[in-house]
Design a protein around this ligand. Sequence first.
Ligand SMILES: C[S@@+](CC[C@H](N)C(=O)[O-])C[C@H]1O[C@@H](n2cnc3c(N)ncnc32)[C@H](O)[C@@H]1O
Length: 273
Amino acid sequence: MAISLPDFTYIADLARRRAAIVLEPGKEYLVESRLTPIAQKEGHAGLAEFIARLRTGPESGPMHSRVVDALTTNETFFFRDHHPFEALRKSVLPPLIQARANLRRLTIWCAACSTGQEPYSIAMMLREHFPQLASWKVNILATDISPRVLDQARKGVYSQIEVNRGLPAIYLVKHFTQNGGGWMVRDEIRKSVEFRELNLIQSWGSLPVFDVVFIRNVLIYFDVPTKQAILRNIRRNMAPDGQLFLGTAETAINLDAGFTAVSHPSITTYRPA
Ligand SMILES: C[S@@+](CC[C@H](N)C(=O)[O-])C[C@H]1O[C@@H](n2cnc3c(N)ncnc32)[C@H](O)[C@@H]1O
């Protein structure tokens, strides 16, 4: 049954307050398709009954969290868009590694990492192309708001379809083992990534200073003031020579004057001005 306007407005407000996710009118189908399975699982006759129950409980409760989690879009795949990983390998990492030669430390943040393909792509690429980092302290922190996707990310288990999306065959052979009908990331790669729950619109707690930040395909869900606040906070957590990677449809231009655009073949990255 179609969701009523007051129910859609209630859910859209919840998503905005809890995760900054903007659900404009027209996204009713998304709310219906994501929440109907939860309503059924909880034994409700329909979405209206389920939302009526949600209205009676505290917004910070576990059922509300489950609803917000279900409204996140977790689309991702290995080496998504290809060019950011090429730019990281060819032009961003070499000077950073040179500049950190004495410190022998590199810190990378993958914010909104979904089910982990993005941070694992970075970890595999580092192992393949920068063997000298084996003796360095390399931290890859990967965060997301959704405990559900983080659970899969930590396990590092992917279906055949998931590994078919973007993962070069040579990486599959070298860095995965077969796991039932799917594939599991080998321990040395899995353990090189730390996964942590982090809501970008709440306090970030204590974070290290980052040399590289990937925050791709998440700012598109937020309104302009939220994008600006997040970009400003990221910049404050970055090394002066660090670099920021956004999604192909995203930009820091006109949002945060504190970033300078850096051009690479096919993509732009940003460094603190
Ligand atoms: C489309 S995925 C992007 C995954 C990966 N970065 C990529 O580009 O392939 C967007 C992710 O952002 C997360 N997300 C949405 N709102 C968030 C918030 N307020 N704080 C942290 N993560 C959020 C979602 O849970 C989802 O996993």
